[in-house]
Design a protein around this ligand. Structure first.
Ligand SMILES: *[C@@H]1O[C@H](CO)[C@@H](O)[C@H](O)[C@H]1NC(C)=O
Ligand SMILES: *[C@@H]1O[C@H](CO)[C@@H](O)[C@H](O)[C@H]1NC(C)=O
Ligand SMILES: *[C@@H]1O[C@H](CO)[C@@H](O)[C@H](O)[C@H]1NC(C)=O
Ligand SMILES: *[C@@H]1O[C@H](CO)[C@@H](O)[C@H](O)[C@H]1NC(C)=O
Ligand SMILES: *[C@@H]1O[C@H](CO)[C@@H](O)[C@H](O)[C@H]1NC(C)=O
Ligand SMILES: *[C@@H]1O[C@H](CO)[C@@H](O)[C@H](O)[C@H]1NC(C)=O
Length: 458
């Protein structure tokens, strides 16, 4: 009898651990969403129910709010709550042949609806509606407003727009983004932003989290999940504040609730559950590494990934939320990354000089650029690298690039400026590790035959 009881207990404990781990993985993107929402509500009030530029036009090494920021596009964001009313979004026609990507995502990072100025140069009107509005109502609005109706499974929507610039015209890219319009369709008024914010902050407090726990924890890369107690409460906060995208969610909410009840009464239990977080995070990290297509020369990419279209693959969804939340789906952009020298297996280091040659330029219908960030093990991992010429990336619009006679392009990556040609120099930090990101926007159909060149130490 006694043995049986012990057996039952440990079996239940294992089951509980499994379901807590599943719930954590399920909720991680929602937690990222709540964090993004809080940050926007506090720091960029104009993104509430309208579009506003939400990052510096020309980010540099001091910009650390976002990991691996892009320096070639101006960003605008808009937070829409479709419980309050469906929204009419008016996208302006493309201007000055500027390349722009518009993407509407749900809190889990699914790209529900998006396009670029290449397929949709004329813009248009879109009625976004969630579970609070019937298809019939939405179609009526759409007809009246000469719009297309777009259905969302969840009521929280984040609109993200990226407009290419060439560093001299960032302001006009920003002006273009401010001509995006978002309008309420039903009578009444939206809940005021400050009220919405205070409700969310109350939820944060209820979980025993401070705002600092959520917002000022270091970037994910340096371990915002290193404090397991915070990580675990934070995941629960995400799940509680975001609508489910599938019935599985209800089961996970229940798991979390029972754990919280138990933990309130028994702090040993909380400590035990929290102790699991690092191993769950390891599982997620491993999945993040595996999701990329590997080239065997140090590079991997997202061309085969399900970014933005996760279905029920919750582990990959969490991995993306963990490493590149809000990344674009491969139809819109492919991200190539290299963090280690394939020959030595060590992270790239600014103590060395490296070179690579694009025999074939990245096949982009939109544009391409390659950006250097501090690398593995660096306290500024993922952020832009301070350098004397204020250059953070090289791309197809970098002024003065010198192409080889056969049309190929050689780029030198080093801390010390090479003798010549300096325009092809991508600076990194002396004695500090770095990684490289190549972004290819609106990839050409034959992109799958493109192989990024190995980065070779000279
Ligand atoms: C870096 O960016 C910040 C914020 O946009 C700006 O205030 C600062 O002047 C920039 N630094 C340099 C060296 O340009
Ligand atoms: C939305 O719900 C529909 C119907 O249940 C489902 O087919 C679709 O995959 C869901 N979309 C997302 C992004 O979850
Ligand atoms: C984790 O965070 C909690 C809540 O802020 C704090 O009480 C605890 O000391 C932290 N633990 C560690 C190891 O930093
Ligand atoms: C508290 O939780 C621990 C770990 O799960 C468990 O071993 C212990 O029996 C619990 N204590 C009580 C009073 O339930
Ligand atoms: C940058 O863009 C502006 C306006 O869009 C254009 O006039 C200028 O020639 C561009 N500069 C480069 C180097 O492409
Ligand atoms: C880089 O490291 C080398 C060898 O460890 C050292 O001699 C040199 O002073 C360092 N340079 C900088 C800029 O820190």
């Amino acid at each position: 009898m006694k043995i049986h009881a012990i057996f039952t207990f440990s079996f239940a404990a294992v089951a509980a651990q499994q379901s807590v781990s599943d719930a954590f993985i399920y909720s991680l993107p929602a937690a990222e969403f709540v964090k993004t929402k809080l940050r926007l509500l506090i720091k960029v009030p104009k993104t509430y129910n309208s579009f506003a530029v939400n990052q510096p036009l020309l980010p540099n090494e001091t910009f650390t709010a976002v990991v691996a920021p892009n320096v070639d596009t101006v960003y605008a964001a808009g937070l829409f709550d479709l419980r309050e009313s469906p929204r009419l979004i008016t996208v302006p026609p493309a201007k000055d042949s500027r390349y722009v990507v518009t993407d509407f995502i749900d809190p889990y990072g699914n790209s529900v609806f998006g396009f670029t100025t290449l397929e949709n140069p004329n813009g248009g009107n879109y009625v976004l509606y969630g579970p609070a509005t019937t298809d019939e109502e939405a179609n009526e609005y759409a007809q009246v407003k000469n719009a297309k109706a777009i259905k969302f499974n969840t009521s929280d929507v984040l609109g993200l727009v990226r407009a290419r610039h060439n560093s001299t015209d960032a302001q006009s890219a920003a002006d273009f983004l401010s001509s995006y319009k978002a309008e309420r369709l039903q009578f009444g008024i939206d809940e005021p932003r400050l009220l919405k914010l205070s409700t969310l902050l109350a939820q944060v407090a209820l979980q025993g989290l401070s705002l600092q726990d959520i917002l000022i924890t270091p970037s994910k890369y340096s371990g915002s999940l290193q404090n397991s107690t915070i990580a675990w409460k934070w995941a629960f906060l995400g799940l509680k504040n975001v609508e489910p995208d599938s019935p599985a969610s209800a089961q996970y909410v229940k798991t979390f609730e029972s754990v919280i009840d138990e933990a309130k009464a028994n702090s040993t239990f909380l400590t035990e559950i929290a102790r699991q977080v690092p191993s769950i995070v390891k599982t997620i990290q491993a999945a993040a590494l595996e999701t990329g297509k590997q080239y065997g020369n140090g590079w991997s990419d997202t061309s085969d990934s399900i970014i933005g279209n996760f279905g029920e693959n919750y582990l990959v969804r969490a991995a993306v939320a963990f490493s590149v939340y809000l990344a674009l789906p491969p139809t819109m952009a492919i991200y190539y990354q290299t963090v280690k020298d394939a020959t030595t297996g060590a992270p790239y280091s600014g103590s060395n000089e490296y070179q690579f040659t694009f025999k074939q330029l990245p096949p982009a219908n939109g544009f391409w650029s390659i950006t250097a960030y501090y690398g593995l093990g660096d306290p500024n991992y993922g952020f832009l690298i301070k350098n004397p010429i204020e250059r953070f990336s090289i791309g197809d619009r970098t002024a003065g690039l010198i192409y080889n006679p056969d049309g190929s392009l050689t780029i030198t990556v080093s801390a010390v400026q090479p003798a010549n040609p300096s325009a092809n120099w991508l600076p990194v930090g002396a004695n500090r590790t770095f990684e490289l990101f190549l972004r290819v926007y609106s990839p050409k159909p034959f992109i799958s035959s493109f192989v990024p060149p190995a980065v070779e130490q000279k």
